[in-house]
Design a protein around this ligand. Structure first.
Ligand code: KIV
Ligand code: ZN
Length: 541
C-alpha cells in the first residue's frame, strides 16, 4: 500500500483547523442494536434531538425493513431539519424505490465487497457485485438521489477490488464513498494507511464507518479522519450492531479537544441527547462510559474529591458543563473529609468537626461491608449522628394495594399524601408488581418532578424465603439531578416503594433549594458545594 503525505494531519500541514462532517446513524445502525426497536414517534423525537445537537446528516433508517420504518423515514424527511436526512438502501431497485417513495434526496447505498460476504452471504461473483453497484447508483442518480456508496466489509475486501469498486462508483455518479470497518477488525495504523491510499485513488470525499468489536471504533475513526476522510459515521452512546459503532460523544470530544478538529456540534447538548436516546431505546449506559456515563464526572476517593473541589482540572480532563453533564461526589469507603463535607453542605446539614469524623467513619464501615452509600443513606446517617431533625418528607405513601397472579395484569393502587393534607390515589399496571407500583408513584409525583429510573438493583441481605433484601435505585429528574436511594425489607415491593419515595423526596428538596437549573445552563450552576478554606481549616483542626 502506498504511503502518502495525506496521512499527515491537515492542520499540522497548514495550521488550519479541519472541519469534519458528522453523519449520525443512531436511527439506522444504532437501531440495529439487538433488542432495540423504535416507534415512529420515538424516531422523530431522536431526530429532532440530533438536529438540535447539530449533526450534519441524520441517517433516519432503512425504509425497506418495515412499514413503520418507512413511515419514520418519511416523517423525519418532512421535518425540515437543518441536518440533511439520509436513508439506507441496498443497491437493489426495490430498495431504491422505497427511497424514492420517501422522497429521500440522500441515499446511502451499499453492497458487500469482501470475498467472505460475496461467497457465503450474497453467493455472487465480484463481477456481479460490481455490476449491481453500478446499476443501483445509476438508478438512484437518475431519480435525483445523491448517493453515498458503501462497500460493506470494505476493510476485509481485496484492496485492488475495493479500489476498483469505489472508482466505478464514482464514475456511476456517487458523490461520496464510505469505508465501513464492518466487524471492527482495523487498527488505527492500518485504517489510516487504507484511507490515505484511497484518497490517492478516488476523487470524491470519503466517510469512515467503524464498529467497536475490539473497542477501537473511536480510535479508528479518528485515524481515518486524520488520514483524509472528511465525514465520520457515528451513533449516540455507541449503539449499533454487536458491540456498536463509534460513539458520537467520544469521537466529537476527543477530536475537538485532542486533535483540534472542528464540528458544528453544540457539545453542551451531548449529555441530554445521550439520555434521550438511552430512554427511548431502553439501553442503559454503563456508569463508566466516557463523556456521558454517570461516573464520567463522578468522584469518590478522598484524594480525588479534595483535588477536584480545589481545582477541577486536577482530575477532570474537561469541565462537565462542556458536555452538559454535572460533577458528582459519591460517598463510600474511599471517601475523604472534603468530599463528605461538601455533600453534607449540599444537603443543607451543618456538622461539627467531631460529628464529621463519626459520619466518615460510619460511611467507611458501610463501604467495607461491600455496600453502596446512597445519597439518602448519607442524609439519614448525618441527621442521626449530628442530631439534626429529620426533615418533613414531601410525599408519603398512605395506602397501597397490589394484585398480581396468573392471567392477571399486575396492578398497583397507591395513595400518596403531600403538602397541606393533600393526597392523590392512582392505579397503574405494569410488567410486574414493582413496575406497576413505581409507575403509579411516578404518575402522582410527575407534576412536581419528572423522574426516570436509571438503575434498579436488588441484593439479598440474608438467605431463605423470608430473607431481607436491599433495593437500590438511582433516579434522575428532567433537570439532570441524579439521586441514589435504598431501602431494606423482607418485602421487595415495599422496599422498592420506600426507596423510590425517598429518592423523589430528595430530588424535590434539591429542586426547592434551587441548586439545579436546566441542563443547558449548568455552567452557571455547579451542583457540588464548594468547601471554603475556613471550613477546611475547621475540620482539619
Ligand atoms: O457496518 C456496515 O458495513 C454497515 C453498512 C450498511 C454500511 O452498516
Ligand atoms: Zn455498520
Amino acid at each position: 500500500m502506498q504511503q502518502t503525505s495525506a496521512t499527515k494531519l491537515q492542520d499540522e500541514e497548514s495550521g488550519v483547523r479541519k472541519r469534519i462532517r458528522i453523519f449520525d446513524t443512531t436511527l439506522r445502525d444504532g437501531e440495529q442494536t439487538p433488542g432495540v426497536s423504535l416507534t415512529v414517534e420515538s424516531k422523530v423525537e431522536i431526530a429532532k434531538a440530533l438536529d438540535r445537537l447539530g449533526v450534519d446528516v441524520i441517517e433516519a433508517g432503512f425504509p425497506i425493513v418495515s412499514d413503520g420504518e418507512f413511515e419514520a423515514v418519511k416523517r423525519i424527511n418532512k421535518l425540515r431539519l437543518s441536518a440533511q436526512v439520509a436513508a439506507l438502501s441496498r443497491v437493489d431497485k426495490k430498495d431504491i424505490d422505497k427511497l424514492i417513495d420517501c422522497d429521500i434526496s440522500y441515499g446511502h447505498l451499499f453492497i458487500a465487497t469482501s470475498d467472505l460476504h460475496l461467497e457465503h452471504k450474497l453467493k455472487i461473483t465480484r463481477e456481479k457485485a460490481l455490476e449491481s453497484a453500478i446499476q443501483g447508483i445509476e438508478y438512484a442518480r437518475a431519480h435525483g438521489i445523491k448517493v453515498e456508496f458503501s462497500a460493506e466489509d470494505a476493510t476485509r475486501t481485496a484492496e485492488d477490488f475495493l479500489v476498483n469498486v469505489f472508482r466505478e462508483a464514482e464514475r456511476a455518479g456517487a458523490e461520496r464513498i464510505n469505508v465501513p470497518d464492518t466487524v471492527g477488525t482495523m487498527t488505527p495504523e492500518k485504517f489510516a494507511d487504507l484511507i490515505a491510499y484511497l484518497k490517492t485513488q478516488i476523487g470524491i470525499p470519503i466517510s469512515v464507518h467503524c464498529h467497536d468489536d475490539y473497542g477501537l471504533a473511536v480510535a479508528n475513526s479518528l485515524a481515518g479522519v486524520k488520514a483524509g476522510a472528511d465525514q465520520a459515521h457515528l451513533t449516540i452512546n455507541g449503539l449499533g450492531e454487536r458491540a456498536g459503532n463509534a460513539s458520537l460523544e467520544e469521537f466529537v470530544m476527543a477530536a475537538s479537544r485532542l486533535y483540534n478538529i472542528e464540528f458544528g456540534i453544540n457539545t453542551k447538548l451531548l449529555y441530554e441527547t445521550s439520555r434521550i436516546v438511552s430512554r427511548l431505546t431502553r439501553v442503559l449506559l454503563p456508569p463508566n462510559k466516557a463523556i456521558v456515563g454517570e461516573n464520567a464526572f463522578g468522584h469518590e476517593s478522598g484524594i480525588h474529591t479534595h483535588g477536584v473541589l480545589n481545582m477541577p482540572a486536577t482530575y477532570e480532563p474537561m469541565a462537565p458543563e462542556l458536555v452538559g453533564a454535572r460533577r458528582r461526589i459519591q460517598a463510600g469507603k474511599h471517601a475523604g473529609t472534603h468530599g463528605i463535607y461538601s455533600q453534607l453542605k449540599a444537603l443543607g446539614i451543618e456538622v461539627s468537626p467531631e460529628n464529621l469524623k463519626k459520619i466518615i467513619q460510619k460511611v467507611k464501615e458501610i463501604g467495607d461491608q461491600g455496600k453502596t452509600v446512597t445519597d439518602t443513606d448519607l442524609d439519614r446517617l448525618a441527621r442521626e449522628i449530628s442530631g439534626v431533625a429529620t426533615r418533613n418528607s414531601s410525599f408519603r405513601i398512605t395506602d397501597l394495594a397490589i394484585v398480581t397472579g396468573i392471567n392477571t395484569v399486575p396492578t398497583a393502587s397507591v395513595r400518596l399524601s403531600y403538602g397541606n393534607n393533600e393526597s392523590a390515589s392512582v392505579a397503574q399496571t405494569g410488567v410486574g408488581p414493582v413496575d406497576a407500583v413505581l409507575k403509579a408513584i411516578q404518575q402522582v409525583t410527575d407534576r412536581f418532578a419528572r423522574v426516570s429510573l436509571r438503575e434498579y438493583r436488588i441484593e439479598a441481605v440474608s438467605g431463605g424465603t423470608d430473607a431481607e433484601a436491599e433495593v437500590l435505585i438511582k433516579i434522575e429528574d428532567d433537570r439532570g439531578n441524579v439521586c441514589s436511594a435504598s431501602a431494606t425489607g423482607q418485602d421487595i415491593v415495599m422496599a422498592s416503594v420506600s426507596a423510590m419515595v425517598s429518592g423523589i423526596n430528595e430530588i424535590l428538596l434539591r429542586r426547592s433549594r434551587g441548586e439545579s437549573d436546566k441542563v443547558e445552563s449548568l455552567s452557571q450552576a455547579p451542583k457540588i458545594a464548594a468547601v471554603t478554606s475556613q471550613e477546611a481549616q475547621r475540620f482539619k483542626a
